[in-house]
Design a protein around this ligand. Structure first.
Ligand code: SAM
Ligand code: SF4
Length: 472
Protein backbone atom coordinates (compact mmCIF):
# COMPACT_ATOMS: atom_id res chain seq x y z
CA UNK A 1 0.00 0.00 0.00
CA UNK A 2 1.30 3.47 -0.89
CA UNK A 3 1.75 5.62 2.20
CA UNK A 4 -0.33 8.71 2.64
CA UNK A 5 1.47 11.62 4.23
CA UNK A 6 0.31 13.99 6.96
CA UNK A 7 1.93 17.34 7.76
CA UNK A 8 1.04 18.67 11.22
CA UNK A 9 1.52 22.32 12.07
CA UNK A 10 1.14 23.17 15.76
CA UNK A 11 0.60 26.69 17.11
CA UNK A 12 0.40 27.50 20.83
CA UNK A 13 1.01 25.80 24.16
CA UNK A 14 2.34 22.43 25.31
CA UNK A 15 -1.24 21.09 25.36
CA UNK A 16 -1.44 21.58 21.63
CA UNK A 17 1.93 19.85 21.20
CA UNK A 18 0.57 16.90 23.18
CA UNK A 19 -2.70 16.88 21.20
CA UNK A 20 -0.83 16.96 17.88
CA UNK A 21 1.12 13.93 18.95
CA UNK A 22 -2.10 12.11 19.83
CA UNK A 23 -3.52 13.11 16.41
CA UNK A 24 -0.45 11.72 14.62
CA UNK A 25 -0.64 8.43 16.52
CA UNK A 26 -4.37 8.00 15.75
CA UNK A 27 -3.95 8.81 12.06
CA UNK A 28 -0.95 6.47 11.74
CA UNK A 29 -3.48 3.68 12.29
CA UNK A 30 -5.37 4.98 9.21
CA UNK A 31 -2.22 4.74 7.08
CA UNK A 32 -0.92 8.32 7.46
CA UNK A 33 2.82 8.70 7.85
CA UNK A 34 4.13 12.00 9.23
CA UNK A 35 6.22 14.15 6.93
CA UNK A 36 8.26 17.30 7.56
CA UNK A 37 7.51 18.51 4.03
CA UNK A 38 4.29 20.41 3.34
CA UNK A 39 4.53 19.76 -0.37
CA UNK A 40 4.72 15.99 0.12
CA UNK A 41 1.58 15.97 2.31
CA UNK A 42 -1.82 14.52 1.30
CA UNK A 43 -3.33 15.86 4.51
CA UNK A 44 -2.33 19.05 6.35
CA UNK A 45 -3.62 19.67 9.86
CA UNK A 46 -3.25 23.06 11.50
CA UNK A 47 -3.62 22.76 15.28
CA UNK A 48 -4.49 26.27 16.39
CA UNK A 49 -4.37 28.58 19.42
CA UNK A 50 -6.62 31.53 20.21
CA UNK A 51 -5.31 32.73 23.59
CA UNK A 52 -4.13 35.97 21.97
CA UNK A 53 -5.22 37.60 18.71
CA UNK A 54 -1.72 37.18 17.21
CA UNK A 55 -1.86 33.38 17.45
CA UNK A 56 -5.24 33.37 15.69
CA UNK A 57 -3.93 35.64 12.90
CA UNK A 58 -0.97 33.28 12.47
CA UNK A 59 -3.38 30.38 11.84
CA UNK A 60 -5.38 32.29 9.23
CA UNK A 61 -2.30 33.50 7.41
CA UNK A 62 -1.01 29.91 7.20
CA UNK A 63 -4.43 28.77 5.92
CA UNK A 64 -4.19 31.44 3.22
CA UNK A 65 -0.86 30.01 2.05
CA UNK A 66 -2.27 26.48 2.11
CA UNK A 67 -5.25 27.58 0.01
CA UNK A 68 -2.81 28.79 -2.68
CA UNK A 69 -0.99 25.43 -2.51
CA UNK A 70 -4.25 23.56 -2.98
CA UNK A 71 -4.91 25.28 -6.31
CA UNK A 72 -2.16 23.07 -7.79
CA UNK A 73 -2.96 20.00 -5.72
CA UNK A 74 -6.71 19.53 -5.74
CA UNK A 75 -6.75 16.32 -3.66
CA UNK A 76 -4.90 17.89 -0.73
CA UNK A 77 -7.04 17.73 2.43
CA UNK A 78 -6.79 20.72 4.78
CA UNK A 79 -8.05 20.35 8.35
CA UNK A 80 -8.16 22.91 11.16
CA UNK A 81 -8.21 21.76 14.78
CA UNK A 82 -7.67 23.19 18.27
CA UNK A 83 -8.93 26.37 19.90
CA UNK A 84 -9.59 28.56 16.83
CA UNK A 85 -11.55 25.67 15.31
CA UNK A 86 -13.59 25.36 18.50
CA UNK A 87 -14.19 29.13 18.66
CA UNK A 88 -15.00 29.79 15.00
CA UNK A 89 -16.54 26.47 13.86
CA UNK A 90 -18.50 26.77 10.62
CA UNK A 91 -17.28 30.35 10.07
CA UNK A 92 -13.90 28.91 9.06
CA UNK A 93 -15.51 27.04 6.16
CA UNK A 94 -17.24 30.28 5.05
CA UNK A 95 -14.03 32.26 5.25
CA UNK A 96 -11.58 29.67 3.82
CA UNK A 97 -13.00 27.73 0.88
CA UNK A 98 -9.93 25.45 0.76
CA UNK A 99 -10.59 24.02 4.24
CA UNK A 100 -12.22 20.57 4.24
CA UNK A 101 -12.55 19.85 7.94
CA UNK A 102 -12.91 21.86 11.15
CA UNK A 103 -12.61 19.78 14.32
CA UNK A 104 -12.86 21.05 17.90
CA UNK A 105 -10.82 20.39 21.02
CA UNK A 106 -12.94 17.37 22.03
CA UNK A 107 -13.01 15.70 18.61
CA UNK A 108 -9.56 14.09 18.49
CA UNK A 109 -10.88 10.55 19.01
CA UNK A 110 -13.36 11.02 16.13
CA UNK A 111 -10.70 12.35 13.77
CA UNK A 112 -9.82 9.13 11.85
CA UNK A 113 -13.52 8.69 11.02
CA UNK A 114 -13.92 12.36 10.01
CA UNK A 115 -10.88 12.22 7.73
CA UNK A 116 -12.16 9.00 6.17
CA UNK A 117 -15.47 10.71 5.38
CA UNK A 118 -13.69 13.64 3.74
CA UNK A 119 -11.52 11.22 1.72
CA UNK A 120 -14.37 9.10 0.46
CA UNK A 121 -17.16 11.65 0.05
CA UNK A 122 -15.06 14.79 -0.61
CA UNK A 123 -17.48 16.64 1.66
CA UNK A 124 -16.75 19.53 4.02
CA UNK A 125 -17.29 18.77 7.73
CA UNK A 126 -17.47 20.70 11.01
CA UNK A 127 -17.29 18.80 14.32
CA UNK A 128 -17.05 21.17 17.28
CA UNK A 129 -19.34 19.30 19.64
CA UNK A 130 -18.65 20.13 23.30
CA UNK A 131 -19.62 17.75 26.07
CA UNK A 132 -20.59 19.20 29.47
CA UNK A 133 -18.95 16.18 31.17
CA UNK A 134 -16.24 15.17 28.74
CA UNK A 135 -14.19 12.02 29.11
CA UNK A 136 -10.50 12.48 28.48
CA UNK A 137 -9.63 10.10 25.65
CA UNK A 138 -7.19 7.34 26.52
CA UNK A 139 -3.70 8.39 25.43
CA UNK A 140 -2.00 6.33 22.83
CA UNK A 141 1.71 5.76 23.15
CA UNK A 142 3.75 5.23 20.05
CA UNK A 143 6.63 2.79 19.97
CA UNK A 144 9.61 4.85 18.91
CA UNK A 145 12.91 4.05 17.26
CA UNK A 146 14.47 7.28 18.26
CA UNK A 147 15.11 7.90 21.92
CA UNK A 148 13.21 10.83 23.34
CA UNK A 149 14.26 12.26 26.65
CA UNK A 150 11.34 14.33 27.74
CA UNK A 151 7.60 14.09 27.08
CA UNK A 152 4.40 15.92 28.01
CA UNK A 153 1.56 14.03 29.68
CA UNK A 154 -1.86 15.68 29.88
CA UNK A 155 -3.48 15.03 33.26
CA UNK A 156 -6.51 17.30 32.87
CA UNK A 157 -8.33 19.35 30.28
CA UNK A 158 -10.45 22.47 30.31
CA UNK A 159 -10.72 25.09 33.05
CA UNK A 160 -13.43 26.23 35.46
CA UNK A 161 -11.72 29.42 36.60
CA UNK A 162 -13.00 32.14 34.31
CA UNK A 163 -10.22 34.71 34.54
CA UNK A 164 -11.91 37.60 32.76
CA UNK A 165 -9.30 37.96 29.96
CA UNK A 166 -9.14 34.27 29.10
CA UNK A 167 -10.80 32.30 26.33
CA UNK A 168 -9.65 28.86 27.52
CA UNK A 169 -12.84 27.90 29.44
CA UNK A 170 -14.86 28.65 26.28
CA UNK A 171 -12.74 26.70 23.84
CA UNK A 172 -11.48 23.88 26.06
CA UNK A 173 -14.63 23.29 28.10
CA UNK A 174 -15.18 22.22 31.72
CA UNK A 175 -12.27 21.13 33.85
CA UNK A 176 -11.91 17.35 33.66
CA UNK A 177 -9.19 15.27 35.29
CA UNK A 178 -7.86 12.08 33.83
CA UNK A 179 -7.93 9.00 36.07
CA UNK A 180 -4.63 8.30 37.87
CA UNK A 181 -4.47 4.70 36.50
CA UNK A 182 -4.62 6.03 32.95
CA UNK A 183 -1.90 8.62 33.63
CA UNK A 184 0.34 6.04 35.27
CA UNK A 185 -0.18 3.60 32.39
CA UNK A 186 1.00 6.23 29.93
CA UNK A 187 4.00 7.17 32.07
CA UNK A 188 5.04 3.52 32.47
CA UNK A 189 5.04 2.99 28.72
CA UNK A 190 6.92 6.24 28.09
CA UNK A 191 9.60 5.20 30.57
CA UNK A 192 9.80 1.79 28.89
CA UNK A 193 10.55 3.52 25.59
CA UNK A 194 13.43 5.52 27.11
CA UNK A 195 11.79 8.74 28.37
CA UNK A 196 13.47 10.06 31.55
CA UNK A 197 11.57 13.29 32.19
CA UNK A 198 7.86 14.00 32.09
CA UNK A 199 5.94 17.27 32.31
CA UNK A 200 2.37 16.94 33.59
CA UNK A 201 0.00 19.34 31.83
CA UNK A 202 -3.19 21.05 32.96
CA UNK A 203 -4.52 24.61 33.04
CA UNK A 204 -4.61 24.43 36.82
CA UNK A 205 -2.87 21.27 38.04
CA UNK A 206 -3.44 22.24 41.68
CA UNK A 207 -7.14 21.52 41.36
CA UNK A 208 -6.50 18.07 39.82
CA UNK A 209 -9.14 15.53 40.82
CA UNK A 210 -11.09 17.90 43.06
CA UNK A 211 -14.46 17.94 41.32
CA UNK A 212 -14.34 14.21 40.52
CA UNK A 213 -13.29 12.76 43.87
CA UNK A 214 -10.05 11.44 42.45
CA UNK A 215 -6.82 11.75 44.42
CA UNK A 216 -5.23 15.18 44.99
CA UNK A 217 -2.41 16.51 42.82
CA UNK A 218 0.28 15.97 45.50
CA UNK A 219 -1.01 12.37 45.90
CA UNK A 220 -0.75 11.89 42.13
CA UNK A 221 2.81 13.27 42.24
CA UNK A 222 3.68 10.79 44.99
CA UNK A 223 2.47 7.89 42.82
CA UNK A 224 4.44 9.12 39.80
CA UNK A 225 7.49 9.71 41.97
CA UNK A 226 7.48 5.95 42.64
CA UNK A 227 7.70 4.97 38.96
CA UNK A 228 11.05 3.25 38.42
CA UNK A 229 13.15 4.92 35.72
CA UNK A 230 11.78 8.48 35.96
CA UNK A 231 14.51 10.98 36.71
CA UNK A 232 12.57 14.21 36.59
CA UNK A 233 8.94 15.21 37.09
CA UNK A 234 7.77 18.69 36.08
CA UNK A 235 4.29 20.17 35.89
CA UNK A 236 2.52 23.24 34.59
CA UNK A 237 0.48 25.36 35.26
CA UNK A 238 -0.04 26.06 38.96
CA UNK A 239 -2.73 28.58 39.84
CA UNK A 240 -1.58 30.64 42.87
CA UNK A 241 -5.01 30.52 44.52
CA UNK A 242 -4.89 26.69 44.70
CA UNK A 243 -1.24 26.26 45.65
CA UNK A 244 -1.46 24.58 49.07
CA UNK A 245 1.10 23.58 51.68
CA UNK A 246 0.89 19.91 50.56
CA UNK A 247 2.18 20.80 47.09
CA UNK A 248 4.83 23.11 48.52
CA UNK A 249 6.00 20.21 50.73
CA UNK A 250 6.23 17.94 47.67
CA UNK A 251 9.21 19.98 46.46
CA UNK A 252 11.03 18.94 49.63
CA UNK A 253 9.68 15.42 50.06
CA UNK A 254 9.54 13.90 46.58
CA UNK A 255 12.97 12.99 45.17
CA UNK A 256 12.08 13.34 41.51
CA UNK A 257 9.99 16.51 41.52
CA UNK A 258 12.11 19.25 39.94
CA UNK A 259 12.76 22.42 41.95
CA UNK A 260 10.92 24.67 39.52
CA UNK A 261 7.41 26.11 39.59
CA UNK A 262 5.64 28.21 36.96
CA UNK A 263 3.29 30.38 39.02
CA UNK A 264 1.59 33.01 36.83
CA UNK A 265 0.91 36.19 38.81
CA UNK A 266 -0.52 38.25 35.87
CA UNK A 267 -0.37 41.58 37.76
CA UNK A 268 1.09 43.10 40.92
CA UNK A 269 -1.94 45.30 41.59
CA UNK A 270 -4.80 44.03 43.77
CA UNK A 271 -7.23 46.24 41.85
CA UNK A 272 -6.27 44.63 38.54
CA UNK A 273 -6.13 41.11 40.02
CA UNK A 274 -9.70 41.61 41.18
CA UNK A 275 -10.84 42.80 37.75
CA UNK A 276 -9.06 39.79 36.26
CA UNK A 277 -10.96 37.51 38.71
CA UNK A 278 -7.73 35.83 39.78
CA UNK A 279 -8.99 35.22 43.34
CA UNK A 280 -5.77 36.01 45.20
CA UNK A 281 -4.09 39.20 46.34
CA UNK A 282 -0.57 40.41 45.77
CA UNK A 283 0.14 39.74 49.48
CA UNK A 284 -1.13 36.14 49.27
CA UNK A 285 1.00 35.57 46.18
CA UNK A 286 4.14 36.93 47.88
CA UNK A 287 3.43 34.78 50.93
CA UNK A 288 3.35 31.64 48.75
CA UNK A 289 6.62 32.64 47.07
CA UNK A 290 8.21 33.00 50.51
CA UNK A 291 6.90 29.59 51.64
CA UNK A 292 8.19 27.94 48.45
CA UNK A 293 11.66 29.43 48.99
CA UNK A 294 11.69 28.54 52.69
CA UNK A 295 10.74 24.94 51.91
CA UNK A 296 13.00 24.48 48.89
CA UNK A 297 15.78 27.11 48.81
CA UNK A 298 17.05 26.06 45.37
CA UNK A 299 13.61 26.42 43.72
CA UNK A 300 13.36 28.44 40.50
CA UNK A 301 10.14 30.45 40.14
CA UNK A 302 8.88 31.66 36.76
CA UNK A 303 5.70 33.57 35.96
CA UNK A 304 3.36 35.18 33.42
CA UNK A 305 2.43 38.88 33.34
CA UNK A 306 -0.24 40.62 31.28
CA UNK A 307 0.45 44.31 30.71
CA UNK A 308 -2.21 46.80 29.66
CA UNK A 309 -5.28 45.04 31.08
CA UNK A 310 -8.29 47.39 30.63
CA UNK A 311 -8.15 50.18 33.21
CA UNK A 312 -4.54 49.43 34.29
CA UNK A 313 -3.32 52.79 35.65
CA UNK A 314 0.29 53.92 35.94
CA UNK A 315 0.03 53.21 39.69
CA UNK A 316 -1.20 49.63 38.96
CA UNK A 317 1.65 49.11 36.52
CA UNK A 318 4.19 50.45 39.07
CA UNK A 319 2.93 47.84 41.53
CA UNK A 320 3.62 45.14 38.95
CA UNK A 321 7.17 46.46 38.54
CA UNK A 322 7.54 46.54 42.31
CA UNK A 323 6.40 42.91 42.56
CA UNK A 324 8.93 41.88 39.90
CA UNK A 325 11.67 43.60 41.92
CA UNK A 326 10.53 41.94 45.15
CA UNK A 327 10.32 38.41 43.74
CA UNK A 328 13.15 38.47 41.16
CA UNK A 329 11.70 35.66 39.04
CA UNK A 330 14.05 33.23 37.32
CA UNK A 331 12.13 33.76 34.09
CA UNK A 332 9.03 35.58 32.90
CA UNK A 333 6.61 35.44 29.98
CA UNK A 334 5.13 38.90 29.52
CA UNK A 335 2.18 39.50 27.20
CA UNK A 336 0.36 42.54 25.90
CA UNK A 337 -3.31 42.34 26.83
CA UNK A 338 -5.27 41.04 23.86
CA UNK A 339 -9.06 41.37 23.50
CA UNK A 340 -10.66 37.93 22.95
CA UNK A 341 -14.21 38.00 21.59
CA UNK A 342 -15.59 35.41 24.04
CA UNK A 343 -13.74 36.60 27.15
CA UNK A 344 -15.67 38.88 29.58
CA UNK A 345 -12.93 41.56 29.62
CA UNK A 346 -13.78 42.43 26.02
CA UNK A 347 -16.72 44.39 27.47
CA UNK A 348 -14.68 46.35 30.04
CA UNK A 349 -14.28 50.09 29.48
CA UNK A 350 -10.96 51.98 29.64
CA UNK A 351 -9.05 49.99 27.03
CA UNK A 352 -5.45 51.25 26.88
CA UNK A 353 -3.89 52.58 23.70
CA UNK A 354 -1.57 50.14 21.92
CA UNK A 355 1.40 52.54 22.30
CA UNK A 356 1.15 52.52 26.10
CA UNK A 357 0.72 48.75 26.23
CA UNK A 358 3.77 48.25 24.02
CA UNK A 359 5.85 50.64 26.11
CA UNK A 360 4.87 48.87 29.34
CA UNK A 361 5.77 45.50 27.84
CA UNK A 362 9.20 46.83 26.91
CA UNK A 363 9.79 48.12 30.45
CA UNK A 364 8.80 44.76 31.98
CA UNK A 365 11.00 42.79 29.58
CA UNK A 366 14.03 45.02 30.19
CA UNK A 367 13.63 44.83 33.95
CA UNK A 368 13.23 41.06 33.95
CA UNK A 369 16.19 40.55 31.63
CA UNK A 370 18.46 42.12 34.26
CA UNK A 371 17.28 39.64 36.90
CA UNK A 372 17.53 36.60 34.63
CA UNK A 373 21.00 37.55 33.42
CA UNK A 374 22.20 38.28 36.94
CA UNK A 375 20.89 34.91 38.19
CA UNK A 376 22.52 33.11 35.28
CA UNK A 377 25.84 34.91 35.77
CA UNK A 378 25.83 33.90 39.44
CA UNK A 379 25.95 30.26 38.27
CA UNK A 380 29.29 30.72 36.45
CA UNK A 381 31.89 28.43 38.01
CA UNK A 382 29.37 25.92 39.39
CA UNK A 383 28.78 22.43 38.00
CA UNK A 384 25.15 21.77 37.18
CA UNK A 385 23.32 18.54 36.42
CA UNK A 386 21.90 18.73 32.90
CA UNK A 387 19.58 16.26 31.20
CA UNK A 388 20.67 16.33 27.55
CA UNK A 389 17.96 16.93 24.90
CA UNK A 390 20.32 16.54 21.92
CA UNK A 391 22.49 18.69 19.70
CA UNK A 392 21.81 22.40 20.09
CA UNK A 393 19.65 24.12 17.43
CA UNK A 394 22.69 26.12 16.32
CA UNK A 395 24.47 22.82 15.73
CA UNK A 396 21.60 21.24 13.82
CA UNK A 397 21.20 24.24 11.50
CA UNK A 398 24.94 24.82 10.95
CA UNK A 399 27.23 22.58 8.98
CA UNK A 400 28.11 19.56 11.13
CA UNK A 401 31.64 19.89 12.46
CA UNK A 402 34.07 16.99 12.46
CA UNK A 403 36.02 18.11 15.46
CA UNK A 404 34.17 16.91 18.56
CA UNK A 405 35.32 19.93 20.54
CA UNK A 406 33.16 22.24 18.45
CA UNK A 407 29.99 20.21 18.75
CA UNK A 408 27.46 21.96 20.94
CA UNK A 409 24.84 20.02 22.92
CA UNK A 410 21.82 21.33 24.76
CA UNK A 411 19.77 20.34 27.79
CA UNK A 412 18.13 21.68 30.91
CA UNK A 413 18.94 21.90 34.58
CA UNK A 414 16.50 20.65 37.20
CA UNK A 415 15.51 24.31 37.64
CA UNK A 416 14.59 24.37 33.91
CA UNK A 417 17.43 26.59 32.71
CA UNK A 418 18.72 25.94 29.21
CA UNK A 419 22.37 24.93 29.12
CA UNK A 420 24.36 24.68 25.89
CA UNK A 421 27.62 22.85 26.32
CA UNK A 422 30.76 21.58 24.66
CA UNK A 423 32.51 18.28 25.19
CA UNK A 424 36.31 18.34 25.12
CA UNK A 425 37.10 15.12 26.91
CA UNK A 426 38.18 12.49 24.33
CA UNK A 427 36.58 9.73 26.42
CA UNK A 428 33.18 11.48 26.10
CA UNK A 429 33.50 12.95 22.58
CA UNK A 430 32.41 9.83 20.75
CA UNK A 431 29.26 9.27 22.82
CA UNK A 432 25.73 10.19 21.85
CA UNK A 433 24.71 12.21 24.87
CA UNK A 434 20.98 12.47 24.05
CA UNK A 435 19.03 11.41 27.14
CA UNK A 436 22.14 11.33 29.31
CA UNK A 437 22.51 13.20 32.57
CA UNK A 438 25.74 15.18 32.48
CA UNK A 439 27.61 17.40 34.89
CA UNK A 440 28.38 20.73 33.16
CA UNK A 441 30.82 23.35 34.46
CA UNK A 442 29.20 26.72 33.67
CA UNK A 443 31.45 29.26 31.95
CA UNK A 444 29.00 31.96 30.84
CA UNK A 445 25.55 33.20 31.82
CA UNK A 446 23.33 34.97 29.27
CA UNK A 447 19.80 36.34 29.53
CA UNK A 448 18.17 33.19 28.14
CA UNK A 449 20.71 30.42 28.61
CA UNK A 450 23.95 29.19 30.11
CA UNK A 451 27.08 27.97 28.35
CA UNK A 452 29.50 25.39 29.72
CA UNK A 453 31.66 22.32 29.30
CA UNK A 454 30.92 18.71 30.25
CA UNK A 455 32.77 17.37 33.26
CA UNK A 456 31.22 13.91 33.55
CA UNK A 457 28.42 11.70 32.21
CA UNK A 458 25.75 10.12 34.45
CA UNK A 459 27.53 11.28 37.61
CA UNK A 460 26.56 9.91 40.97
CA UNK A 461 23.88 12.18 42.37
CA UNK A 462 23.85 10.94 45.94
CA UNK A 463 20.50 9.18 45.59
CA UNK A 464 18.76 12.33 44.41
CA UNK A 465 18.67 11.10 40.80
CA UNK A 466 18.19 13.95 38.34
CA UNK A 467 16.52 16.67 40.34
CA UNK A 468 19.50 17.94 42.30
CA UNK A 469 20.70 21.06 40.57
CA UNK A 470 24.38 20.75 41.39
CA UNK A 471 26.51 17.83 40.31
CA UNK A 472 28.87 16.19 42.79
N1 SAM B 1 -3.87 28.38 33.05
C1 SAM B 1 -2.75 29.20 33.15
C2 SAM B 1 -2.94 30.22 34.28
O1 SAM B 1 -3.86 30.20 35.02
O2 SAM B 1 -2.12 31.07 34.41
C3 SAM B 1 -2.39 29.90 31.87
C4 SAM B 1 -3.10 29.65 30.62
S1 SAM B 1 -2.94 30.82 29.33
C5 SAM B 1 -3.10 29.71 28.01
C6 SAM B 1 -1.24 31.28 29.29
C7 SAM B 1 -0.99 32.72 29.56
O3 SAM B 1 -1.50 33.50 28.50
C8 SAM B 1 -1.68 33.29 30.79
O4 SAM B 1 -0.98 33.01 31.98
C9 SAM B 1 -1.75 34.75 30.50
O5 SAM B 1 -0.62 35.42 30.99
C10 SAM B 1 -1.75 34.80 28.97
N2 SAM B 1 -3.06 35.23 28.45
C11 SAM B 1 -4.23 34.59 28.51
N3 SAM B 1 -5.21 35.32 27.94
C12 SAM B 1 -4.63 36.46 27.52
C13 SAM B 1 -5.11 37.63 26.85
N4 SAM B 1 -6.39 37.78 26.54
N5 SAM B 1 -4.22 38.61 26.55
C14 SAM B 1 -2.92 38.47 26.87
N6 SAM B 1 -2.41 37.40 27.49
C15 SAM B 1 -3.25 36.41 27.83
FE1 SF4 C 1 -7.39 30.90 31.62
FE2 SF4 C 1 -7.49 31.53 34.20
FE3 SF4 C 1 -8.15 29.06 33.39
FE4 SF4 C 1 -5.59 29.86 33.30
S1 SF4 C 1 -6.85 29.62 35.15
S2 SF4 C 1 -6.74 28.78 31.71
S3 SF4 C 1 -5.77 31.98 32.78
S4 SF4 C 1 -9.25 30.93 32.91
Amino acid sequence: MNSKYIYLHTIGCQMNVYDSEQIAIRLAASGYEQTASMTQADLIIVNTCTVRAKAEQKAFSLLGRLARMKRDKKRLIIAVGGCVAQQEGEKILDRMSAVDLVFGTQAIDRLPHLIQQVETRRCRIVDVEMNENPQIPESHVESRDERETSKFVTIMRGCDNHCTYCVVPFVRGRETSRRPESILREIHSLVKSGVREITLLGQNVNSYGKNQNLCTFPELLTMINGVEGILRIRFTTSHPKDLGSDLIAAFRNLDNVCPHIHLPVQSGSNRVLKRMNRQYTREQYLDKVMKLRDTCPQIAITSDIIVGFPGESQADFDQTLQLLKTVEFDGLFAFQYSDRPQAPSVKLPDKLPETIIRKRLQIVLELQEKFTKCKNEALVGSTLLVLTDGLSKKQVSDQPVENGQDVQWTGRTATNKIVNFYVDNPAIDSQNLTGKMVGVRIEKGFSHSLLGRVINVEPSTGGLKGVKNYAA
